[in-house]
Ligand binder design. Structure first.
Ligand SMILES: NC(=O)c1ccc[n+]([C@@H]2O[C@H](COP(=O)([O-])OP(=O)(O)OC[C@H]3O[C@@H](n4cnc5c(N)ncnc54)[C@H](OP(=O)(O)O)[C@@H]3O)[C@@H](O)[C@H]2O)c1
Length: 289
């Protein structure tokens, strides 16, 4: 059973679903996580072996002035799912974020490193992790990811391609470092984690690191190569201070994946692809490939 139907990750989970899996992908109308009665009824009806929580309140800036609703979805919704999973004996995959870290240490962060979210979104996602692990113990796996994009979603890649076409010139921040991650790569990793019955906290992003500026340059270069852009746009690196946002974001949020890679050795998920290669695959998909 997969929540958040219509979102980037749930769509990627559908696209990458292995043959051994039967999945019910439920939109918010079919399963609103914040409604515990509905969650219990739908879970009892489906009797899932596993629930993947791909639904979330993901509007990072809006959450700063909407804490109650962000918490209702990201913590309480996750808790409702975990409680129902416990009652039917299902495993649960809770997807979380690199924004649980504050970015003050400029080294890849491991699953056991200290968290300190800077935003309401990060805090409520961390609370969601904690409640799921409390309720389900080793029947739960928390998967932290970052900088997700997919061909169909509203995300940085699609926004950049549009702005590059419309304006021919963009300004992009160069002082936030992380790892762009194709939703299909995360989805594939989630299937591998379920296959191996992993538990506890795991990190999954594509390989490598980038600033948003590096990411934009790669989008332009590969986008032009694939015929998605007629010409190379101008791209100016700027500090985050030029784009003030309501939510504070970590300036460095690269995550250490070594432990997860070790546990997934022998599956099709490792070796994990570099973000630039996965960007190329996504742009190929956009190009109709
Ligand atoms: N996007 C990123 O860059 C990023 C980075 C790190 C971690 N993550 C995490 O990765 C996961 C997947 O993100 P995504 O990019 O696929 O997000 P997304 O495209 O925004 O999809 C989230 C989905 O959850 C749904 N939803 C919202 N409230 C819900 C509720 N009460 N019950 C059921 N569904 C609800 C949304 O429906 P509506 O559209 O109707 O609201 C939407 O379909 C999330 O846990 C997110 O926190 C994302």
């Amino acid at each position: 059973m997969i929540t958040g139907g219509g979102g980037q990750l749930s769509t990627a989970l559908e696209q990458t679903r292995p043959d051994w899996v039967e999945a019910s992908i439920l939109t918010i109308d079919q399963l609103d996580m914040t409604d515990s009665t509905m969650v219990e009824r739908v879970t009892q009806a489906n009797q899932p072996h596993a629930v993947i929580n791909a639904g979330a309140y993901t509007a990072v800036d809006a959450a700063e002035s909407d804490e109650e609703n962000a918490r209702l979805v990201n913590r309480d919704g996750a808790a409702n799912l975990a409680a129902s999973c416990a009652r039917v004996g299902a495993r649960m995959v809770q997807v979380s974020t690199d924004f649980v870290f504050d970015g003050s240490i400029r080294e890849p962060r491991g699953p056991r490193d200290t968290t300190n979210p800077l935003s309401v979104y990060g805090r409520t996602k961390l609370e969601g992790e904690e409640v799921v692990l409390d309720l389900l113990g080793d029947r739960a796996v928390v998967v932290r990811t970052a900088w997700l994009y997919s061909a169909g979603g509203a995300n940085f890649v699609n926004t950049m391609l549009r702005l590059m076409r419309e304006r021919g010139q963009v300004r992009v921040v160069n002082d936030q470092i992380g790892t762009p991650t194709w939703a299909n790569s995360l989805a594939g990793a989630i299937w591998c984690m379920l296959e191996r019955e992993l538990s506890g906290i795991h990190h999954w992003t594509d390989d490598g690191t980038a600033s948003w500026y590096d990411f934009a340059v790669a989008i332009a270069e590969i986008g032009k190569e694939k015929g998605l852009l007629d010409s190379m746009p101008g791209i100016d690196p700027v500090p985050s201070s030029e784009f003030p946002t309501p939510a504070r974001r970590p300036s460095y949020s690269v995550m250490d994946k070594q432990d997860t890679w070790k546990k997934l050795q022998g599956t099709q998920c490792v070796p994990c692809a570099h973000w630039r290669d996965n960007l190329s695959s996504m742009l190929e998909e956009l190009n109709g490939g």
